[in-house]
Ligand binder design. Sequence first.
Ligand SMILES: Nc1nc2c(ncn2[C@@H]2O[C@H](COP(=O)(O)OP(=O)(O)OP(=O)(O)O)[C@@H](O)[C@H]2O)c(=O)[nH]1
Ligand SMILES: [Mg+2]
Length: 691
Amino acid sequence: MSDATEKLRNIMMAGHGGCGKTSLSEVMLFNAGSTSRLGSVDDGNSSLDFDEEEIKRKISLSTAVHHYSWKNHYVNIIDTPGDQNFFSETKTCMPAADGVIAVMDAVSGLEVRTEQAIGFTSEFNLPCALFINKMDRERADFTRAMESTADRISPKTIIIQLPIGVEDGFNGIVDLVSLKAYQYDAAGKATKIDIPADMQDMVDVERESLVENIAEADDALLEKYLEGIALTQEELVGALRKGILKRQFIPVLCGSAKKNIGIDLLATFIVENMPSPIDRGAFQAFKGEEEISLDPDPKKPFAAFVFKTIIDPYAGQLSIFRIVSGKLGKDGTFLNTTKDVKERFTQLLCIEGKDQKTITEAGPGSIVAFTKLKSTSTGDTICDEGNPVTFKCATPLSPIIAFAITAKTKKDEDKLFSSLTKLIEEDPSLTITRNTETKETVLSGRGQVHIEATIGKLKRKFNVEVDYKMPTVPYKETIKKKVRVQGKHKKQSGGHGQYGDCWVQLEPLPRGKGFEFVDAVVGGVIPRQYIPAVEKGIVEAAVRGVLAGFPCVDFRATVDDGSYHAVDSSEMAFKVAGSLAFKKAVLEANPVLLEPIMKLEITTPDDYMGDIMGDLNARRGRVLGMDSAGKMQVIKANVPLSEILMYAADLISMTGSRGEFTMEFSHLDEVPSEMAEKVIAAVKQHQQDAE
Ligand SMILES: Nc1nc2c(ncn2[C@@H]2O[C@H](COP(=O)(O)OP(=O)(O)OP(=O)(O)O)[C@@H](O)[C@H]2O)c(=O)[nH]1
Ligand SMILES: [Mg+2]
């Protein structure tokens, strides 16, 4: 194994929006001399939040990658967004990291997105440490912040640092592992000091508990500890690292990115206690159907996965990937197994925030990029042509809100669709669908801000301006009564006339059965060749129902009688007759409106169950069941789509962002009559307005 891989750390910063991930990363880059000036999110000159929209909003919208050297190690830092709208990236990029620093705000305590990020580390089996940031803030409270994590995260936390001073007076750290204390000056420079006397008791207690916790993770050490034999510093340090890598505990550190306090210790912690790609070990992959393991070995065939794509309309597409096995030179070819195409690269790049630098080689564990690939997108496996393998990529968080979007100018219609398709390569938590019924292009994502930011990107990157609105609910119509009517089309206007006559029976079918046509004509009362025309007339008329113009579904039409004229009958005349029969029959057949019912799965902490259930009730929801998953409750319910178009925002405010939901189409159901009247009136009003 190579020394370079041993000394490599791929670290992700993850956590709630605004807890300070980007600021922390900036300080680490600056302390290590990787950036010559300390980038700031607030001043809009961060090297990680460099996108125009990020500068404007002062939040991270997208994952950024940079690197620095620290104590003879090379660290790739992956800074992820914490906002709920962009949080899917934290999940989909996480497998590229070998360890995660979950960040929390010392004032707010453990917030949802930090809790979820720690949840993802369990899913991907990655070591995780918790950093309590913003210790300098007013009302920052280390103990209270720790208490807020109780029973909410696993594995258990172990405190390895304590803060010296509080709020504005916060100025140093006691390291409980080395039992050393550091005080920081205004420039963030650390000086070793004695452990403050007034902290000694607390340090003793916390140190004792730390030693016990570390010992518990190692059988041999535990035996020694229980026999009352003191553990050596070496044993302790070794067992701490081992326990972190095996995910036996989550160590807790603290500091302030703003004041550059404790950040050097965090950087040292990362190189000493977070895994190298070799510690991470083999990745599971598929060779055809067979599951195989790929070692981080430079001598093995090249295999990597693309975890992030950045589209730049000028520089082209940047595909960022993690090499799992093998190595790359400065140019060459590879196979994209996901798309089954060969591609060529002429440049190998390392990422430095918004900039890239050409490099000549990269080995296992490296996070590097290609530009201008033709067919490769996020989630794809790229590898040696002779050794095709595929990695299973992390699934994005599912979309929870949808908007109908239209290009502001007609000429951009086509470009809109192709540009959006490109943006989805950059951001797989977006989906785009063409609703053929409502004729709308529907863009779905993780929240309204997500959609708005995407619309901003469309303008900046592709110069396509769009309008957006709530999507039209794709209502349908159906009938409830069996009827039989005559459809007769007769026109005598000199010369050739038109004559078609049919008797059609309409009857309701069970939900989801669609449309059935039965030919029950006997004795040639309607000649064979005209029967399909009758069907066609009915099908075409059913596209626009009689109530509000929505498609009519779930009915059977049986043609059983009619008449014809030897000269004047034609396919066209029978089509019109079929269509007349349908329109007449539907009016008599007790037509009703059907609406899409969605199956909702809501995950929420216990406390909000009452509110959520009450709210579901008000939305005409029907609860199907409840389950508990860990400390969360899962509610399954069927709710009409029209009632939950903006549910994402409502659930956030109901649960202080702690509730999550997914939804999928379940079935169509009859709209209650008073609701139906409103829908029909609204459609008619809309039509009048349009005229
Ligand atoms: N007082 C104080 N403020 C901080 C500290 N760290 C960050 N901030 C401020 O907190 C705000 C958010 O910081 P960011 O670094 O953008 O936070 P983030 O976690 O990257 O945010 P997202 O990427 O949007 O999730 C900024 O105004 C920072 O200046 C800190 O240690 N102390
Ligand atoms: Mg950020």
